[in-house]
Ligand binder design. Structure first.
Ligand code: CTP
Ligand code: MG
Length: 233
C-alpha cells in the first residue's frame, strides 16, 4: 500500500467529560472511532490504517475493526497504544505503518463527520505538490487581541487567518523526519502541520468543510448529532 492513515483516538476527552475516552463515546449510536475507521476503509485506494487508542481500549478497538473492516476490505488495519500527548500518539502510529507507505494522512477521531471527499482532496494535493497539506476554513468571528486582565487591545485582521482541521496530509518521509527532529517538548504542537513547520517544511491549505468540526465539549455532541439527524431526513 502507498497510502497510510493514522487515526488518533488516544486522548482522554477531559473537556467532554463523558467518563470515557472521547473516541469511544457514541454519536447517534456509533462510536467516533468506528465512524473514522468506516470513512477510511471506504477510500478508493486501499492502504494501511493505524488506529491509535488508549491501552485499555485496544480490545474493544479490535472488535470494532472485526465488525466494520473485515479482511477483504483491502485495508490493513493495526491497533497501536497511544502516548501522553497527541504528537506522541501520532509518532507511535507512524512507526506502525508499513514500509511501503509513502503518503500519510493524520486524522483526529474527534472529527467523526469529516467526509471521504475531504480525505481524497488532501491526499490529491499532497501528490500534486509534494508538500504538507491541511484543510482550512475562513474565520467568521471578529478577532480581538486581549491581555491577561481581559482588556481588549485591538482587532486582529482576519483576512490572512484560517482555522485548520484534519485530515492533514504529508509525504511520509517529511512527517517521519519532522517528528524525529522537531523540538516538541517546550511548547506542545497542537497539530502535525506545526511539527512540520518547526522542522522547516512547507504547508499548504485546501478547502476544509464545516462537517469536519471537532467534538470538544458537550455542545459539540449536540451539534454533530443534529447534523446527522438532518441528513437522515
Ligand atoms: N489524541 C491522542 N493522544 C493524545 C491526545 C489526543 O490520540 N495523547 C487525539 C484525540 O483522541 C483526538 C485528537 O487527538 O482524536 C484531538 O485531541 P483533543 O480534541 O484534544 O482530544 P482529547 O485530548 O481526547 O480531549 P481533551 O483535550 O478534552 O482531553
Ligand atoms: Mg487534548
Amino acid at each position: 500500500p502507498s497510502l497510510g492513515v493514522v487515526l488518533v483516538a488516544a486522548g482522554r476527552g477531559e473537556r467532554l467529560g463523558a467518563g470515557r475516552p472521547k473516541a469511544f463515546v457514541e454519536l447517534a449510536d456509533e462510536t467516533l472511532v468506528e465512524r473514522g475507521i468506516r470513512t477510511v476503509i471506504a477510500l478508493p485506494h486501499a492502504g494501511h490504517l493505524a488506529v491509535v487508542v488508549p491501552e485499555e481500549c485496544a480490545a474493544e478497538t479490535l472488535e470494532i475493526i472485526d465488525a466494520v473492516a473485515p479482511e477483504g476490505s483491502g485495508w490493513e488495519v493495526s491497533v497501536v497504544h497511544g502516548g501522553r500527548e497527541r504528537h506522541e500518539s501520532v509518532r507511535f502510529g507512524l512507526a506502525a505503518l508499513a514500509d511501503t507507505v509513502d503518503t500519510v494522512l493524520v486524522h483526529d477521531a474527534a472529527r467523526p463527520l469529516a467526509s471521504r471527499e475531504l480525505f481524497e482532496r488532501v491526499a490529491a494535493e499532497v501528490h500534486r505538490t509534494g508538500d504538507a497539506v491541511v484543510p482550512a476554513l475562513p474565520v467568521a468571528d471578529t478577532l480581538k487581541r486581549v491581555d491577561a486582565q481581559g482588556v481588549v487591545h485591538e482587532t486582529v485582521d482576519r483576512a490572512p487567518l484560517v482555522a485548520v482541521q484534519t485530515p492533514q496530509g504529508f509525504p511520509r518521509e517529511q512527517l517521519d523526519s519532522a517528528h524525529a527532529t522537531a523540538a516538541l517538548h517546550a511548547e506542545l504542537p497542537t497539530d502535525d502541520a506545526e511539527v512540520v513547520q518547526r522542522a522547516g517544511g512547507r504547508v499548504r491549505i485546501v478547502s476544509g468543510e464545516a462537517r469536519a468540526h471537532k467534538l470538544t465539549t458537550a455542545e459539540d455532541l449536540i451539534l454533530l448529532e443534529n447534523w446527522i439527524a438532518s441528513e437522515r431526513r
